[in-house]
Design a binder for this molecule. Structure first.
Ligand SMILES: Nc1ncnc2c1ncn2[C@@H]1O[C@H](COP(=O)(O)OP(=O)(O)OP(=O)(O)O)[C@@H](O)[C@H]1O
Ligand SMILES: O=P(O)(O)OC[C@H]1O[C@H](OP(=O)(O)OP(=O)(O)O)[C@H](O)[C@@H]1O
Ligand SMILES: O=C(O)c1cccnc1
Length: 481
């Protein structure tokens, strides 16, 4: 069995709908689906889009191989063998547009738009949401941590606590996109070119009769990569004094200790005391790494207490997004083909937030020409030309439409980029450093009020008049017929 084949990484109902389309002769009808989320995670003011690279690779590699087909043949649905034969030749032949990884994104705007036969478009839903929900969540968590850490080094330490192996490596990548400096996961380093970093565990110290001997042996083995974990027995009474002795001996051999690591206790108090001891010993270059269930709140708090920490190792809280373990991204049909004609469709819900916005849509980031700052994201139907031509646009709150402003002098950045056209990949995957740069540039487009960690000012995501009107018309049609 080929564990790497992700073709059945989907919910059964997708295959059942594909089957029903195939039986009914509607498999070729064009559909447009959009993926978006309705609520930002962690109470943050923005999210960081990630997951596209994985999705692109998945689409390119979709194949119903013989193992997959044999498995499907054994299902209680008793799919017609001719359907399975159709699957044998399955290739994605549709179109995909997407936000780029690293983009700053918001609720209720399309992140990915898929235009394909109903047959093909259904298959992609589950995997797409699985990839972008997780990776966007972790990238957003990482961005919150980066925001409080400011210029200090951030190390991703989460693998042992991650929800299995894929989450570890793609989570490490998502963290790097949003500003982490390195990961402890070597596979993530090898696969994606992320810088890697590693200290040592308590076990190393426990394996020797004395802490000093353990430190010395480590320093001799890896003389240019020495970060010593100083809290196995007593941080200030033995760990730091032993690290100082070893650092001095390293100096005599022409090497410099990189850092000590604190992994328990009061990290503020211990870091200040350790800093003082290191400085007094003439070792101002030895940095202090801290770890132990850190997150953005603890880091901010430690900084407010004046902690002297240069690098933060962050694991569990980041890789599991512990305070909000999922992002609720959804994939909704917005347009269908009926008798050869495209028509918008809506999903009505008793919960007004869950009513979908019909019609295939684009997203423009509206930037003030006066100060280069983003004013709003503007969601339009595809055939609208005024925004692309820079004509005045009316920005209004879709919930309270009387709150509005007409914007004249703006630059509109189309946010959804073509990824696949007729099944061919037309998007060149940027390398990770370019994605990181793009992310940093994205952050610069926004007022800090939208970006702050606590109670951010909501950034407007507005519908064009046409998109809004079409939505109202369809709500009326379905609600009152
Ligand atoms: N000065 C501080 N202010 C606020 N939080 C802190 C401070 N120092 C440490 N913390 C955090 O408090 C928590 C302490 O957790 P806990 O009591 O389980 O750790 P510990 O007993 O010191 O170490 P461990 O159980 O890992 O051996 C950790 O999340 C840590 O990051
Ligand atoms: O705390 P995190 O943010 O997840 O960072 C990773 C943790 O993993 C290691 O601990 P280990 O697995 O040895 O467990 P312990 O420190 O809880 O005993 C390391 O010493 C960190 O404390
Ligand atoms: O390198 C480290 O110090 C490390 C790596 C993973 C988890 N905890 C610590």
């Amino acid at each position: 069995m080929n564990y790497a084949n992700l073709t059945l990484h989907t919910d059964k109902y997708q295959i059942n709908m594909m089957y029903a389309h195939w039986r009914n002769g509607t498999e070729g009808e064009k559909s447009v689906f959009e993926a978006y989320f309705r609520k930002l995670p962690f109470g943050n003011g923005f999210a960081v889009f990630a997951g596209l690279e994985r999705f692109i690779r998945y689409v390119r590699e979709l194949r119903f191989d013989e193992d997959v087909l044999a498995y499907l043949a054994g299902q209680e649905e008793r799919y017609d063998p001719a359907f399975l034969d159709r699957l044998r030749h399955f290739r994605f032949t549709g179109n995909v547009w997407s936000m780029e990884e690293g983009a700053v994104v918001f609720a209720n705007e399309p992140l990915v738009r898929i235009e394909a036969s109903a047959f093909e478009a259904h298959l992609l839903e589950t995997a797409l949401l699985n990839f972008i929900n997780y990776q966007t969540l972790i990238a957003t968590k990482a961005a919150r941590i980066r925001q409080v850490a400011r210029d200090e080094t951030l190390l991703e330490f989460g693998t042992r606590r991650a929800q299995e192996a894929d989450a570890a490596v793609w989570g490490a990548r998502a963290s790097y996109i949003a500003g982490f400096d390195a990961t402890s996961n070597l596979r993530a380093g090898m696969l994606f070119g992320i810088p890697t970093s590693g200290t040592h565990a308590h076990a190393w110290v426990q394996q020797y009769d004395t802490e000093e001997e353990a430190f010395e042996q480590y320093a001799e083995a890896l003389p240019d990569q020495v970060t010593l974990l100083v809290d196995t027995y007593d941080t200030l009474k033995s760990g730091v004094p032993n690290a100082i002795k070893v650092a001095k001996r390293m100096e005599a051999r022409g090497h410099r200790m990189k850092a000590i690591r604190l992994d328990s206790g009061d990290l503020s108090y211990l870091s200040k005391a350790a800093r003082k001891m290191l400085d007094e010993a003439g070792l101002p270059y030895v940095k202090i790494v801290a770890s132990n269930d850190l997150d953005e709140n603890i880091i901010l708090n430690l900084k407010a207490q004046g902690a002297r920490i240069d690098s933060w190792g962050v694991g569990t809280q980041l890789i599991t997004a512990a305070d909000q373990p999922s992002l609720g991204g959804v994939y909704k049909l917005v347009e269908r083909e009926r008798d050869g004609k495209r028509e918008p469709v809506i999903k009505i819900s008793g919960n007004p937030e869950k009513v979908s916005t019909p019609g295939a849509k684009d997203v423009y980031r509206i930037i003030s020409k006066e100060n280069g700052i983003a004013i709003a994201d503007y969601v339009t139907l595809l055939d609208e030309t005024d925004v692309a031509n820079g004509e005045p646009i009316d920005l209004f709150d879709p919930v309270h439409p009387y709150i509005h402003q007409v914007v004249h002098d703006y630059k509109a950045i189309p946010m959804l980029k073509p990824i696949f056209q007729d099944g061919e990949q037309v998007y060149e995957l940027p390398d990770l450093d370019r994605i990181r740069r793009y992310h940093r540039e994205q952050l610069e487009l926004f007022w800090p009020e939208h970006l702050r960690k606590l109670n951010p000012e909501p950034y407007p995501v507005d519908l064009s008049t046409k998109a809004w009107q079409q939505k109202m018309d369809l709500i009326r049609k379905y609600k009152f017929r």
